[in-house]
Design a protein around this ligand. Structure first.
Ligand code: 13P
Length: 249
């Protein structure tokens, strides 16, 4: 049985005053029945870690550099994130693929670095609207998975997040059948790529997950949790999504 994971991606939102939302969540869920991770901007990781200390919610990061250290002005290594208190790191988010021209090879290197620092990597995959319209969604995510997943990936250090680009921040979501189809494709690909880990590896869905649709999405076969953007910024909304996952745990 895969434990559900609800991860919040704050993206480039949040000054110190928003830590109050993390504090409210920590008080509401001292020992959640599902796994919960909040990924704030890097500037808030260590302060959020202090806010969440002793509770059941973990802190994660949104990106890491592939190198351990070096002359890379402005970048942050996986070891630095772990040092700041992060236990997870998102890699390959479509906004980074688009804004920073991240390639599959770079994302694979970041995943390797995350594992090297002892972090759980949340690998994001997803097709664009044009790719979906062309009937290529399953091929795109399979190719992205094959390109980034190391042969030694384990269920305990790797999570896959299916995030259709056209569903992010748009209020649109795929139908449950479309989500089930992609997750089924990804599960089959995992069985081929990492046979002994495939059954335990979590597959999250992300893209306009809200309190109103969380229960329906989380109940889909092979959906083991959610990667939540906008609705993770507000403790009330995020709590409702955590509660939907707890009800299924
Ligand atoms: P939204 O939930 O705001 O659509 O964002 C999804 C996302 O990109 C999470 O990584």
């Amino acid at each position: 049985m895969r434990r559900k994971l609800i991860a919040g991606n704050w993206k480039m939102h949040g000054l110190a005053d928003r830590l109050a939302e993390a504090e409210k969540l920590s008080e509401a869920y001292p020992d959640p029945a599902c796994e919960v991770v909040l990924c704030p901007p890097a500037t808030l990781i260590s302060r959020m870690w202090e806010v969440l200390l002793g509770g059941g919610i973990r802190v994660g990061a949104q990106d890491c550099h592939p190198a351990e250290a070096g002359a890379h002005t402005g970048d942050i290594s996986a070891a630095m994130l772990a040092d700041a208190g992060a236990s997870h790191v998102i890699v390959g988010h479509s906004e980074r693929r688009a804004d920073h021209h991240e390639t599959d090879a770079l994302i694979a290197a970041k995943l390797h670095a995350a594992h090297g620092a002892g972090l759980v990597a949340i690998l994001c995959l997803g097709e664009t609207g044009a790719e979906r319209d062309a009937g290529a969604a399953r091929d795109v995510v399979t190719r992205q998975l094959e390109a980034a997943l190391p042969a030694g990936a384990r269920a305990k250090d790797t999570v896959i997040a299916y995030e259709p680009v056209w569903a992010i921040g748009s209020g649109r979501t795929p139908t449950p059948a479309q989500i089930a189809e992609v997750h089924g494709t990804l599960r089959a690909a995992l069985q081929r790529l990492v046979p002994d880990q495939a059954d335990g590896m979590r597959l999250l869905y992300g893209g306009s997950v809200k309190p109103a649709n969380a229960a329906e999405i989380l109940a889909i076969t092979d959906v083991d949790g959610a990667l939540v953007g906008g609705a993770s910024l507000d403790a009330v909304d995020f709590s409702a999504i955590i509660a939907a996952a707890e009800a299924l745990s």
